[in-house]
Design a protein around this ligand. Structure first.
Ligand SMILES: Nc1ncnc2c1ncn2[C@@H]1O[C@H](COP(=O)(O)OP(=O)(O)OP(=O)(O)O)[C@@H](O)[C@H]1O
Ligand SMILES: [Mg+2]
Length: 287
């Protein structure tokens, strides 16, 4: 039994629900989805979706509007229960019943708009709902020290004071705080939905650097983006959803921009050479 798991077993009374998983070597299996499906009434949002998200790599999830990207990450993050299929995290089969359940397993999701509370400062946001106390009094010093250390470990240096309200931060700084929050709570997989959509050039740069740093730390990162520049700059792997089906997933080097756009819009690309990990072409023709 790995050391962290043994320690968890010994402390099981105060431990989160899930035993911590070990992050494997970069490229090793972290999250695996098999035949995940989800419908809303007559709308089949996801159809038998397979996805692999390795540790230590950035996987970009791309697809046109309505392709099912947000639905898929909500299934991973415990917001929706899939209708069918299996999910494995760190080699174990999992079924999440709430976002907290997913977070307890080490999956944190950074949503563009919902990530932070404007009226609270950075420390309050990072500890929201999980505040540290000593004899029923908030342990401000210890929370401040941990928040500062986490931001520093991610080289987030542009924030002037961690006691400033989040409403005073730029879009890029907010993303950085939301990511630091995820990392502080021991995330193994960080999911980001369109993290750069509302950002300018410099802030986009900062967030993409942060994404890279997360994967260098060994975490798995799953990032949704519409921006092909971002995708090709930061992704090690690319997975393409089209009308609820996974039409291709492979190393980023197996694609170019035109191929990704073709796959997003039609589910196939004549420019694409055969690839072992590509979804069979007939899956795309069913759309
Ligand atoms: N809560 C819901 N109720 C009903 N239909 C839904 C719901 N959520 C998503 N859908 C439908 O599922 C499909 C996939 O939606 P989803 O939001 O996952 O797409 P997306 O790839 O994230 O698109 P976008 O790029 O526009 O954010 C759409 O047809 C959408 O209308
Ligand atoms: Mg979406």
């Amino acid at each position: 039994m790995p050391a962290t798991e043994r320690a968890w077993m010994q402390n099981a009374t105060q431990a989160p629900i899930a035993p911590p998983i070990e992050l494997g070597e970069p490229g090793s299996e972290l999250l695996v989805l098999r035949k995940i499906s989800k419908h809303f009434g007559p709308v089949q949002s996801l159809v038998d979706v397979d996805l692999e998200v390795p540790a230590g790599k950035v996987t970009a999830l791309v697809g046109d509007n309505g392709a099912g990207k947000s639905t898929l990450i909500k299934c991973i993050a415990g917001i929706y229960s899939p209708d069918g299929g299996e999910m494995f995290f760190g080699g174990r089969q999992v079924k999440f019943h709430s976002p907290k359940d997913a977070a307890d397993h080490g999956i944190e999701t950074v949503y563009q708009d919902l990530a932070l509370c404007d009226n609270l400062d950075i420390v309050q946001n990072m500890f929201l709902g999980r505040e540290r106390t000593t004899r029923a009094i908030l342990d401000e010093d210890s929370m401040e020290t941990s928040a500062k250390a986490t931001l520093a470990s991610l080289s987030v240096t542009s924030v002037r004071s961690i006691r400033q309200p989040v409403s005073s931060l730029s879009g890029g700084q907010r993303q950085a705080v939301a990511v630091a929050k995820a990392v502080m709570w021991n995330a193994k997989l960080v999911i980001m939905d369109e993290p750069t959509a509302a950002l300018g050039v410099a802030q986009t740069r900062m967030v993409l650097d942060l994404v890279r740093r997360l994967s260098k730390r060994g975490l798995g990162v799953l990032i949704i983006s519409h921006n092909m520049n971002d995708v090709f700059e930061v992704a090690d792997r690319i997975a393409v959803l089209q009308l609820g089906r996974m039409v291709a997933q492979d190393e980023a080097s197996a694609f170019d921009r035109q191929v990704v756009v073709d796959l997003m819009t039609t589910g196939a690309s004549t420019r694409r050479q055969g690839s072992a990990n590509a979804a069979p072409s007939n899956t795309s023709e069913m759309n």
